[in-house]
Design a binder for this molecule. Structure first.
Ligand code: FBP
Length: 553
């Protein structure tokens, strides 16, 4: 296979580990901290997870004695959307396992959790692992979104684990996949299986985080990739001075990606879905905010601008949120009947009968394309696929109408020519930044330490991440600690609580204090491309979000 010069160079990059993990593995031991509780619904969650509820947080320290490792058979699964650094989680896990005992084996189930159920796997070798070091993508074994949730699936998982004599399965995924990891860990314990389950926090969306999981991997590289592109567009806009660019960025539920990109590039507009929901903003209110900036800037002779829109925005506009929730419930029950209807008119009538009057009003106000996008297939977790809804075009169309009205009234004399963009898949498989390369390698290495020490139902946790890697700390947290009860498919289910943008948090406050000035003036910043080689102050820095959250600038 032909390799690019950067790929060749990245093969020899040596990811940095926290100091504690650089020691002889046989001398690293776990120290237990406080007993944990789930974030809410404690009694109900305790009853559902009798074996894994209330376990203690774990950190690693060095002991004088060394503890020889038995041979272990471990499996790994990549689950959900791609995120830069996934390959390094696997290389870190592999290196730790082989360093500890050469006889140990690592297999990878192919194409997500379905690989476990179908027993489709590969066994990793040195040369195969070496060809994926420090590269982006999940193609090392592939990924998938199959949800592990039924008793039959768990029974199959036990049989496959027994067949391979597995000591542990490491599941690399987001909130839903780590929820599955915790459920599987509980099930294995209940059935007396020796197979442990360890999770690793992945998602470019950045919404799997809390006091112990400071950031999910992939967020750093994905936001740097989008910010580079947004900065380039800003410079183009400021050079040509003729277009307003509306850029939708990924982030299914939370707006962490949009906020981080705004902090990096200082656009004229950036919506934060969590604020839209809190302020109960309608689609019209959102468009009015854009119109105000367009009008003001045109008065300054600047008929151009840049707006960032989080892809999840549409689900946070209260009136649309209610509509989507009704559509999800309808689809959960009547999807088959709905899919048998061919003509759009019949589908439309079907929804008219099923939706409440208010929601149907909102539905019928939307442009036809958006109506169709809202009715597309749900993902395996029953969610509407927001990455396929062109919210940026919806906003442009409402803004155009409003500006035309203002023009008629003589209140607006500028020109408005809008272009739309969607940045999502472009960022998910980029070569991991040095931060993600180091962080992911450490997460995988640390996952091995957790399973070596006999833990199950834990998520690998590397902390103190806004500091240089030698100050990073290694440990683990019981996954059930992150649980709450949420409505899914019309039923209350125990799931990891999603971390949304906190409106009283430092990153949002920083943005909110400056955005009025950004809306009017041209104060763009241009982050440029990710740098892999050069000064640490450029190459090793992480996100503004993490820096601000941890008291930096
Ligand atoms: P994960 O939460 O599984 O990591 O995926 C996040 C994400 O990239 C979202 O930002 C996006 O909405 C979604 O995946 C797209 O999913 P798909 O890859 O199935 O199109």
């Amino acid at each position: 296979m032909e390799l690019s010069p950067l790929q060749k160079a990245r093969y020899s990059y040596e990811p940095k580990l926290p100091e504690i993990l650089k020691n002889d593995i046989s001398k690293i031991v776990a120290t237990e901290g406080e007993v944990t509780e789930s974030v809410s619904d404690q009694d109900k969650i305790k009853a559902l997870f009798p074996k894994t509820y209330g376990m203690r947080e774990v950190s690693f320290t060095l002991s004088k004695d060394s503890n020889k490792a038995e041979k272990k058979n471990v499996a790994v699964i990549l689950s959900g959307g791609q995120a830069p650094g996934g390959h390094n989680v696997i290389t870190g896990l592999y290196d730790a396992l082989k360093k500890d005992n050469k006889e140990s084996t690592l297999i990878g189930f192919k194409n997500g959790p379905s690989g476990l159920l179908e027993d489709k796997y590969i066994e990793f070798t040195d040369s195969y692992i070496d060809s994926f070091r420090n590269t982006g993508g999940f193609d090392i074994i592939g990924s998938g979104r199959t949800k592990l949730e039924t008793e039959e699936q768990f029974e199959v998982a036990i049989k496959v684990a027994e067949k391979h004599n597995l000591n542990a399965i490491v599941i690399i995924g987001g909130d839903d996949s780590n929820t599955n990891a915790a459920v599987l860990a509980e099930y294995f314990l209940e059935k007396g299986s020796k197979c442990q389950v360890i999770g690793c926090p992945k998602t470019i969306d950045g919404d799997l985080k809390n006091d112990v999981i400071e950031i999910s991997f992939g967020f750093d590289t994905a936001t740097k990739t989008y910010s580079e592109l947004i900065g380039n567009i800003e410079r183009d806009a400021n050079s040509a001075k003729k277009y307003w660019h509306f850029i939708r960025v990924m982030g299914r539920s939370a707006s962490h990606i949009a906020l981080e990109c705004a902090l990096e590039t200082q656009p004229n507009i950036c919506f934060i879905s969590e604020e839209v929901e809190k302020k109960n903003m309608s689609l019209e209110d959102i468009a009015d905010q854009v119109v105000a900036s367009v009008v003001k800037r045109s008065e300054n002779g600047e008929n151009f601008g840049v707006a960032i829109i989080p892809e999840g925005l549409i689900e946070f506009v209260p009136e649309v949120k209610k509509l989507i929730s009704e559509l999800n419930d309808i689809m959960a029950i009547d999807e088959k009947e709905f899919n048998e209807l061919d003509a759009w008119e019949s589908k439309y009538e079907f929804m008219q009968k099923k939706l409440t009057l208010d929601s149907f009003k909102v539905f019928s106000f939307l442009p036809l394309e958006i109506e169709k996008q809202l009715l597309m297939d749900r993902d395996p977790h029953g969610n509407v696929q927001v990455s396929r809804i062109e919210t940026e075009k919806l906003i442009i169309s409402i803004v155009e109408k409003k500006l035309a009205d203002l023009k008629k009234e003589g209140k607006y004399k500028g020109k408005f020519s809008a272009l739309s963009h969607f940045f999502g898949y472009e960022g998910r498989c980029a070569f991991p930044s040095n931060f993600d390369a180091d962080y992911c390698y450490s997460l995988g290495y640390n996952a091995y330490m957790l399973l070596r020490e006999g833990y199950t139902g834990y998520i690998s946790a590397i902390t103190n991440l806004s500091k240089p890697s030698k100050e990073w700390k290694a440990g683990g947290m019981p996954i059930v600690k992150m649980f709450n009860l949420e409505q899914r498919h019309g039923k209350l289910k125990p799931v990891i609580k999603k971390a949304l943008v906190e409106l009283d948090g430092a990153p949002f406050k920083y943005f909110a204090e400056r955005r009025d000035e950004w809306a009017e003036k041209t104060l763009y910043t241009y982050p440029g491309a990710i740098q892999y080689y050069g000064p640490e102050s450029v190459c090793d820095i992480t996100t503004r979000t993490l820096a601000l959250e941890q008291g930096g600038k």
